[in-house]
Design a protein around this ligand. Structure first.
Ligand SMILES: NC(=O)c1ccc[n+]([C@@H]2O[C@H](COP(=O)([O-])OP(=O)(O)OC[C@H]3O[C@@H](n4cnc5c(N)ncnc54)[C@H](O)[C@@H]3O)[C@@H](O)[C@H]2O)c1
Length: 467
C-alpha cells in the first residue's frame, strides 16, 4: 500500500469550508486538503428506515455491512452464508436479533427487507442480483458485477424492467479524490489526455489471496453444493471455498478482481464508456500453490476519440509478487502535465512539452555535434538567426499541486451514502448495471485476451464483443 502523507505535513493541513462540493484551499507548498462530502441527513421518521440483509458474510460482507450501518437510518435484519462460522460471527458482531440463513432466497422472500448487499464470490453475483431485483429489492452488488461479459445484458434488462436500484460496489466512483481528478482533467489542467497508466500491485501471501481457512471447515459446517451453484461439480474442498479467487470456476482472476476498480476510476475521471481494443499478457510466476489462475497480468486498452474525450491508450498492471511493495497508482498523462492518484492523494505536475534551448540544440545531446565543423558553424549561424534568444527554453520549473483526502476519509462510506440516497429517492445510481458492465467488460476481456492469446474487439456503446 502507498503510505498516507506524513504526520507532520498532514497535521499542518486544515480543512476549510467552501461553496463548491469539492473545494480546496492552498495551505503551503501547493498542498490542498479536499473537503469531505456533506454528512447524510438522518431519516425523517421511522418509516424512512432502510432494512438491509447481506448475502455472503466473508471479508467484504463484514466490511460492507459495517460501513452501510454508518449511514443514518440503515438497519441490518438478516444475513445469509453457506458457512456456519460466518453466520455465528454475524450474530456475535451485529446481535442475535439478526436472522441468519443458509439459503439467500429465504431473505428475498421477506417483506421487511428493502435492500440486499451481494458479497458472495463472483460466480454468484448475476444470479443473486437478478433474483433480488425480481423480488423487489434494491441491490448493492459487489464488483465485478458479472463473471462473464454475457451475463451483463440480463442484469441491465432486469434493472430496466423492475426499475430496481442497483449499484455496483466499486467505490472509486464515489471518491472525492477521483472527483477532483475528473475536475482537473475536464478543466484542461493536463492539456490533451493521451494515455493512462495504472497499477495495482501486491507483495504478500494474503494479498495474493492465500486467505486463512478455519479449522472447522467441513461438509458439516459448509453447504458445499450451495457454494458451487452453477460451477462444475467436484468433491468437497475447503481451499476452494476460502480461496475461491484462485480458481477460474468461481472468480475472475486478477483482472476481474482488480482491473475493475481501475476501469471504474478511469471511466469516472474521463467520462469514457470503454476501449475498443483489448490485449493482455501475463502468467503464473510466483504463487504456484495449486491455483489455476495467473498472478501477473499486463493489459493494453485503446480508447477511440469520442465527444467526451480524445483518443487515449491505457496500460494496466497487476503484479502479485512486486518486491518493491504493495502499490496502487494511476497516471493520467496529457500534453501539458500529469495527474498521479494514489490511495490518499493526487498530484498534478505540469512540465509540458519541452522546447530545447539553443545550447542544447547546438552543443547538447543532439545530431548537430556530429556534423562536419563547417556544417556545425553554418547550422549554428542559421539557427541563432531563426531563434532569437527570447525563444522559450526548457528550463521552467514544473508546477506541482498536491491534493490529499482528510484523515480517516472513507470512499466506501460515500459509496453507501449514494446508494441509500438512491434507494430513498427511488433513483438510478451513477454506478448502475450499465456502468458496472462497462467497467467489468474490458477487465474480463483482458482474461480472454490472455487465455486465447489474441487481441479482442469491444464495442463500449453496445457493450458487445466485436471480434
Ligand atoms: N469493493 C471492494 O473493495 C471489494 C473488496 C473485496 C472483495 N470484493 C468483492 O466481494 C466479493 C466477496 O469477496 P470476499 O473477499 O469477501 O470473499 P470471501 O470468500 O471472504 O466471502 C464470500 C462469502 O460468501 C459466502 N458464500 C459463498 N457462496 C454463497 C452462497 N451461495 N450463498 C451465501 N453465501 C455464500 C462464503 O461462505 C463467504 O463467507 C467478491 O466478488 C469480491 O470481488 C470487493
Amino acid at each position: 500500500m502507498i503510505s498516507p502523507p506524513s504526520m507532520s505535513r498532514r497535521t499542518a493541513l486544515k480543512s476549510v469550508a467552501a461553496a463548491a462540493p469539492i473545494l480546496a484551499t492552498p495551505i503551503a507548498d501547493q498542498v490542498f486538503e479536499l473537503k469531505p462530502r456533506e454528512a447524510p441527513r438522518p431519516p425523517a421518521g421511522a418509516n424512512d428506515r432502510i432494512r438491509i440483509a447481506t448475502i455472503g458474510m466473508g471479508i467484504i460482507g463484514f466490511e460492507d455491512t459495517e460501513t452501510a450501518l454508518k449511514v443514518p437510518g440503515v438497519e441490518l435484519v438478516a444475513v445469509a452464508d453457506i458457512y456456519e462460522g460466518r453466520r455465528i460471527h454475524a450474530q456475535e458482531v451485529f446481535g442475535t436479533h439478526v436472522k441468519t440463513y443458509v439459503d439467500y432466497r429465504e431473505i428475498l422472500g421477506r417483506d421487511d427487507v428493502d435492500a440486499v448487499l451481494v458479497c458472495t464470490p463472483d460466480h454468484w453475483h448475476q444470479t443473486m442480483a437478478l433474483d433480488a431485483m425480481k423480488a423487489g429489492k434494491a441491490v448493492y452488488c459487489e464488483k465485478p458485477m458479472v463473471r462473464e461479459v454475457g451475463e451483463g445484458p440480463g442484469l441491465i434488462r432486469m434493472q430496466d424492467q423492475t426499475q430496481a436500484v442497483l449499484q455496483v460496489g466499486s467505490q472509486y466512483a464515489s471518491s472525492i479524490l477521483y472527483d477532483k481528478a475528473k475536475e482537473l482533467v475536464a478543466s484542461g489542467a493536463i492539456g490533451k489526455l493521451n494515455s493512462i497508466e495504472a497499477r495495482y500491485n501486491r507483495n504478500s501471501d494474503i494479498g495474493a489471496w492465500q486467505y486463512s481457512i478455519p479449522l472447522d471447515a467441513s461438509p458439516q459446517t459448509i453447504d458445499w453444493d450451495r457454494f458451487l451453484g452453477s460451477a462444475p461439480k467436484r468433491p468437497f474442498d475447503a481451499t476452494r471455498v476460502f480461496r475461491w479467487r484462485n480458481y477460474w470456476d468461481y472468480g475472475t482472476a486478477v483482472a476481474g478482481d482488480l482491473y475493475v476498480h481501475l476501469f471504474t476510476g478511469i471511466h469516472h475521471v474521463t467520462g469514457a464508456l470503454g476501449p475498443n481494443q483489448v490485449a493482455a499478457m501475463g502468467g503464473l510466476r510466483y504463487w504456484d500453490d495449486g491455483r489455476d489462475v495467473y498472478d501477473i497480468i499486463m493489459g493494453l486498452f485503446d480508447y477511440p476519440e469520442t465527444d467526451r474525450h480524445p483518443s487515449f491508450t491505457v496500460a494496466l498492471q497487476s503484479n502479485f509478487e512486486d518486491g518493491g511493495g504493495d502499490q496502487a497508482l494511476f497516471r493520467f498523462v496529457g500534453s501539458d502535465g500529469v495527474i498521479t492518484v494514489s490511495w490518499t492523494e493526487l498530484t498534478l505536475t505540469k512540465v509540458g512539452i519541452v522546447k530545447a534551448s539553443a545550447q542544447q540544440v547546438l552543443k547538447g545531446y543532439n545530431s548537430v555535434r556530429t556534423f562536419s565543423n563547417e556544417q556545425q558553424k553554418a547550422f549554428a549561424e542559421k539557427y541563432l538567426a531563426d531563434h532569437p534568444p527570447s525563444a522559450p527554453s526548457g528550463s521552467k520549473p514544473p508546477v506541482v499541486e498536491k491534493y490529499v483526502v482528510p484523515r480517516g476519509y472513507n470512499e466506501r462510506l460515500d459509496h453507501f451514502v449514494h446508494f441509500f440516497t438512491c434507494v430513498r429517492e427511488k433513483r438510478r445510481p451513477y454506478e448502475d448495471a450499465v456502468f458496472g458492465l462497462r467497467a467489468a467488460g474490458p477487465a474480463l476481456l483482458a482474461n480472454t485476451a490472455y487465455r486465447e492469446n489474441r487481441q479482442i474487439g469491444w464495442d463500449p456503446v453496445t457493450m458487445t464483443v466485436s471480434g
